[in-house]
Design a protein around this ligand. Structure first.
Ligand SMILES: Nc1ncnc2c1ncn2[C@@H]1O[C@H](COP(=O)(O)OP(=O)(O)OP(=O)(O)O)[C@@H](O)[C@H]1O
Length: 381
C-alpha cells in the first residue's frame, strides 16, 4: 500500500504529460485556420490594443468650474437711459457653472400691494359673478376681490396684488439688450484625476495674465483662450443671436478633457464644444407650448414707508458648463487581461478547423482515424 502511494507521488512529480497533436497536411484546412488566426490577431492588435487602448486603465475627473461675465449693456426707453452692468444682468451672481445672461426684459416699476384690475384677455369679466371673491385664477396675478371693474374698453376682475400688474403680452422686439452680443465670458476650470494623482487647469502653460487680458476664444486661432464672446458662443452653438436674445434659450458648453498620461501631462489640454440645447424658435416651433427661456425677478425697496418692488420678466441665455473627462495611462493588469483574452480567442480557430476537418471534408473518416485513438467496444463480462 505504502509503495503504491510512493509510486503515484513520484509519477505525479517526475512525469509531465502533453497532448499529442496531428499535423494535417491539407491546404484548405490550413488556409482556413491561418485566416481565422490572422483575423483574431488583427482584432487583438487593431481593435483591443490600438483602438480601444486595452493596455491602459482609465479615470474620470473631479472638477470645479468658475465663471465670470464682463461687458456693459445700454438701453434707452422713453425718457429713460439705463446702463446694465454684470451685477444687473447675470443670475445668480456667484459665478456658477450654470447661469443666465439677461438679453431682454419686461420691466414693471413701482409695484405695491394694493387692489387693481387684472390684465385684459384671460381675466375679462362681464359681471361680478365672473370674479369669485377670495379666489385665484390659474394664471392670475393676485386674489380676486369679487368685483368686475372697467379697464379701458373692457372689463376685468379686480385683484389684490402687486399693482399695477405686469403686462407681458408683447415681448420687446428687437431685444432690449442686443449689446449682450459683445459681453465676454471667462471660464476657469480645474480638474483632478484621483487615480493618477494629476491636477490640471484650463489656464494651461502659456495662458498667462497678459494673454488673458487680450485673447478671445476662436476654435482655430485661439482654441485655448478661456475668454469667449457671447455672440460667438451663440453662433458656434448654431443659434441666431437676435432670436435667442428675444425669447431666451439654453446653451451647453462642454469642456472636454481627453488625456493620455503615457505622454507628457502638459499635452492634457481642454477642448471646448458648444451645443444649442433649446431656443431659436423656427416657424414650426412657434406652435409649441413653450418657447424660449424666461423667469421673473423682483427687487424690493421702501418708498415713504411703503414697501414697493420692481418686477423684471427676464428673457436670457442660460449657459450650462459641462465638464467631460477621460484620462488613460498604461497599466499592467488591463494589458495582461487583454492578452489573456486574446490568447483565449485563438482557440476559436482550432474549434472551427476541427469542425471542417472532422465533419465537412470528403476525407473526414481518414482524419477522424488519425485524430482519435479508438478502444475496443466495451464488452460486459
Ligand atoms: N469675462 C471676462 N472677460 C474678459 N476678461 C476677464 C473676464 N473675467 C475675468 N477677466 C480677466 O481675467 C483676469 C482674471 O480674472 P479674475 O476674476 O481671476 O481676477 P480679478 O482681478 O478679480 O478680475 P476683475 O477684473 O473682475 O476684478 C483678470 O484680469 C480679469 O480682468
Amino acid at each position: 500500500m505504502k509503495s503504491q502511494i510512493t509510486n503515484a507521488l513520484s509519477d505525479f512529480f517526475f512525469e509531465y504529460e502533453t497532448p499529442r497533436q496531428v499535423l494535417v497536411r491539407n491546404r484548405r484546412v490550413g488556409v482556413v485556420c491561418r485566416l481565422i488566426q490572422l483575423g483574431v490577431l488583427a482584432y487583438i492588435i487593431g481593435w483591443v490594443f490600438i483602438y480601444e487602448k486595452g493596455y491602459q486603465s482609465t479615470d474620470t475627473a473631479v472638477s470645479s468650474v468658475f465663471t465670470k461675465m464682463k461687458g456693459v449693456g445700454y438701453t434707452s426707453e422713453i425718457g429713460k437711459e439705463r446702463v446694465w452692468d454684470v451685477a444687473d444682468y447675470v443670475f445668480p451672481p456667484q459665478g456658477d457653472s450654470s447661469f443666465v445672461v439677461m438679453t431682454n426684459y419686461i420691466i414693471t416699476e413701482g409695484q405695491n400691494m394694493s387692489k387693481c384690475p387684472e390684465l385684459p384677455g384671460k381675466h375679462n369679466c362681464t359681471s361680478n359673478k365672473d370674479c369669485e371673491g377670495g379666489g385665484f385664477k390659474r394664471t392670475g396675478h393676485g386674489q380676486m376681490t369679487g368685483v368686475c371693474v372697467k379697464l379701458n374698453t373692457t372689463q376685468t376682475c379686480e385683484v389684490l396684488a402687486w399693482c399695477p400688474v405686469e403686462d407681458d403680452r408683447k415681448i420687446p422686439d428687437p431685444p432690449m439688450l442686443m449689446s449682450a452680443e459683445n459681453y465676454t465670458l471667462f471660464i476657469k476650470n480645474s480638474v483632478t484625476f484621483p487615480l493618477f494623482g494629476v491636477t490640471r487647469s484650463n489656464l494651461v502653460e502659456g495662458i498667462d495674465a497678459e494673454y488673458i487680458s487680450k485673447c478671445l476664444h476662436d476654435p482655430e486661432k485661439a482654441p485655448l483662450c478661456p475668454i469667449f464672446k457671447l455672440g460667438d458662443i451663440v453662433k458656434l452653438s448654431g443659434f441666431n443671436f437676435e432670436t435667442i436674445a428675444k425669447v431666451g434659450g439654453a446653451i451647453g458648453i462642454v469642456v472636454d478633457w481627453t488625456c493620455n498620461f503615457d505622454t507628457d501631462v502638459r499635452n492634457c489640454k481642454p477642448k471646448y464644444n458648444f451645443h444649442g440645447l433649446y431656443g431659436n424658435p423656427t416657424e414650426t416651433d412657434k406652435a409649441r407650448a413653450s418657447v424660449g427661456y424666461n423667469f421673473r425677478y423682483a427687487k424690493h425697496y421702501l418708498e415713504d414707508t411703503i414697501q414697493k418692488r420692481t418686477l423684471l420678466k427676464v428673457f436670457g441665455i442660460r449657459i450650462d458648463i459641462i465638464v467631460q473627462s477621460l484620462a488613460r495611462k498604461f497599466d499592467i493588469i488591463p494589458t495582461l487581461t487583454a492578452i489573456g483574452s486574446g490568447v483565449g480567442i485563438f482557440g476559436v480557430a482550432t474549434v472551427v478547423c476541427d469542425l471542417v476537418l472532422l465533419y465537412l471534408l470528403p476525407k473526414r473518416e481518414f482524419y477522424k482515424n488519425m485524430k482519435f485513438k479508438y478502444t475496443d467496444t466495451h464488452i460486459q463480462k
